[in-house]
Design a protein around this ligand. Structure first.
Ligand SMILES: Cc1cc2nc3c(=O)[nH]c(=O)nc-3n(C[C@H](O)[C@H](O)[C@H](O)COP(=O)(O)O)c2cc1C
Ligand code: SF4
Length: 517
């Protein structure tokens, strides 16, 4: 009898030795003449348990982890192929609390199946969304996405259906779908995990987007730092063409949609949609003024739907289970789920897909288990390098786009980076300005010059030089950047800087009781 063993091929698992563990299992099995089939799956997203080895037993899938190559002999000795007791034994995978309490819609299949087998994808609900969409006129596809409440998961949270409606209404042909897979935000990895762990769901979402807006060609703009995702996408695109998920005859419908993969060159600004389009056209990644909107004049001047990986990967389930099913998750105008990503100084880092409305505190402590250092959590940055730093007093805010905006924060792509009480928030504010200075595309003065001056001014404040005057200057500078920048790179850099000043004035040399804002 063959026993199936899952060992993730996800980059995070590989970085801590998953390949070596898989190879060791294969060699020990051979030496002991045991019949095993090793499937390289996506990660379940519990990074502190990687490499996580799962075995299919009569009681279902059970997990062992984190497993080192040196643990493999003892796992065989402990009869792990039948779920035997071992110090790494974690029980049934699905019952691990971190996973059990999640609401996995977009990530429903990640970790469950071989990500590159289209038949496994289909057996687990894949392609049902595309089949449903193929039976609908474009306007109905768009309206279903509007009704689902799906908003862009790349950062700006713009309603996806409204964007698609604009592209559908544009007359010029051809039209394009562009998938933004640049994933440059600090502490984020959900795009990567989908591309490595369930790439077909992204391709299916892109095909549905193509049907909705009238595009037959899609591009994935992938960040250069993701070689594993690139390999997975290349293989998945080939399998999808062979299986009719892409090509000139989608699932035998006579409709066409194909996808081309393009790799970026490693610039944060190329995640901004207009700079991305410039880069895709072979030019330097510089931000374009808006209008015109990319929906009307995007790639090569043609109507283009630019969407984030998670936005597109969330589309198939909306057509499989219905807009109302998806919209019942979440709160207010934040409908559906978001794969939150816990990173930084946190004990249990990883991916948590939950409906909007969960609080930061629940994420940080119920899932994250507090800081990795064991010290109190002092600050959290949500939404990437342009997101505000939040103190403990804000941890009960529900993760909802509007609730976060109301307190000057943003959810963005759902990255949550944790800092303990040893963090120097003035240094973090300086880092935010420095990041902007390094990554600025240089097109507009407030961002290009302002960020460099910002670093200098913060250095003066940290050194105690003319603190009062320099604090006033810093606030003025932030005001200019907020209101005078062409895009959100310069426009939002003041958010981490000012939030650090507001919530942690003592780190800038002011006494805790004294407001510096
Ligand atoms: C500086 C900057 C960097 C960005 N980086 C990304 C990114 O890496 N990935 C992404 O999907 N969106 C990124 N965005 C947002 C995109 O401009 C755009 O809003 C998004 O791709 C639209 O897709 P969505 O509506 O599905 O979110 C960035 C925006 C800015 C201003
Ligand atoms: S704000 Fe910065 S990144 Fe954006 S256009 Fe201006 S210089 Fe370029």
């Amino acid at each position: 009898m063959t026993t199936t063993i899952y060992v993730p091929r996800d980059a995070a698992a590989r970085s801590v030795g998953a390949d070596e563990v898989a190879a060791r299992i294969a060699s020990v099995a051979e030496a002991r003449a045991v019949d095993v089939q090793i499937v390289r799956n996506g990660s379940r997203g519990m990074f502190w348990l990687e490499p996580l080895v799962e075995v299919v037993t009569v009681q279902g899938r059970v997990a062992y982890g984190p497993a080192l190559p040196s643990d493999v002999e003892s796992l065989f000795d402990a009869q792990f192929l039948t779920g035997g007791a071992h110090r790494l034994f974690l029980g049934a995978t699905e019952r691990i609390a971190y996973l059990e309490k999640q609401e996995r819609l977009t990530f429903a299949r990640v970790g469950l199946i071989d990500p590159l087998r289209l038949s496994a994808y289909e057996a687990h609900g894949g392609l049902r969304g595309l089949r449903a969409a193929l039976a609908m006129p474009p306007r109905d596809i768009v309206e279903q996405v509007v009704r689902s409440g799906l908003r862009g998961r790349g950062g700006a949270a713009f309603p996806c259906g409204i964007k698609w409606r604009t592209v559908l209404g544009a007359e010029s042909l051809p039209k394009y779908v562009v998938c933004n897979a640049d994933e440059g935000d600090s502490g984020t990895f959900s795009d990567r995990m989908i591309m490595e762990g369930d790439p077909f769901v992204l391709l299916e979402g892109m095909a549905i987007a193509g049907l909705a807006v009238g595009a037959e060609k899609g591009y994935i703009y992938l960040r250069s730092e993701y070689p594993d995702a690139e390999r997975a996408l290349v293989a998945a695109i080939a399998a999808a063409r062979q299986g009719g998920l892409l090509g000139v005859d989608l699932l035998g419908s006579g409709r066409a949609f194909d996808v081309e993969l393009r790799r970026g060159a490693g610039a944060y600004i190329c995640g901004e949609e207009t700079a991305l389009l410039e880069s895709l056209e072979g030019k330097r990644g510089m931000v374009r003024p808006k209008p015109p909107l990319p929906a009307l004049e995007g790639l090569f001047g043609q109507p283009t739907a630019v969407n984030n990986v998670i936005t597109l990967a969330s589309v198939p389930i909306i057509f499989d289970k219905g807009a109302e099913f998806y919209a019942q998750f979440g709160m207010g105008r934040s409908q559906g789920t978001l794969p939150f990503q816990l990173a930084g100084n946190v004990k249990r880092g990883g991916l948590v897909e939950k409906a909007f409305g969960i609080t930061l505190r629940q994420l940080l402590y119920d899932y994250g288990g507090g800081s990795a250092s064991g010290r109190p959590i002092r600050a959290v940055q949500v939404g990437g390098p342009l997101g505000a730093f939040l103190p403990e007093s804000r941890f009960d805010t529900p993760l909802d786009y509007e609730a976060f905006a109301a307190m000057g924060g943003m959810i963005g792509h759902g990255g949550v980076v944790v800092f303990d009480d040893t963090v120097d928030m003035a240094q973090m504010a300086r880092y935010a300005m420095e990041f902007c200075a390094i990554e600025s595309c240089g097109k507009c003065t407030p961002c290009r010059i302002g960020s460099t001056r910002g670093v200098e001014v913060i250095d003066h404040i940290r050194a105690g030089r003319k603190s009062e005057q320099n604090l006033t200057l810093l606030r003025d500078l932030c005001d200019t950047m907020t209101h005078g920048s062409l895009c959100a790179m310069g426009g939002l850099t003041p958010a981490p800087v000012l939030s650090a000043l507001q919530h942690f004035p003592e780190d800038f040399g002011a006494s805790p009781g004294r407001k510096v804002l």
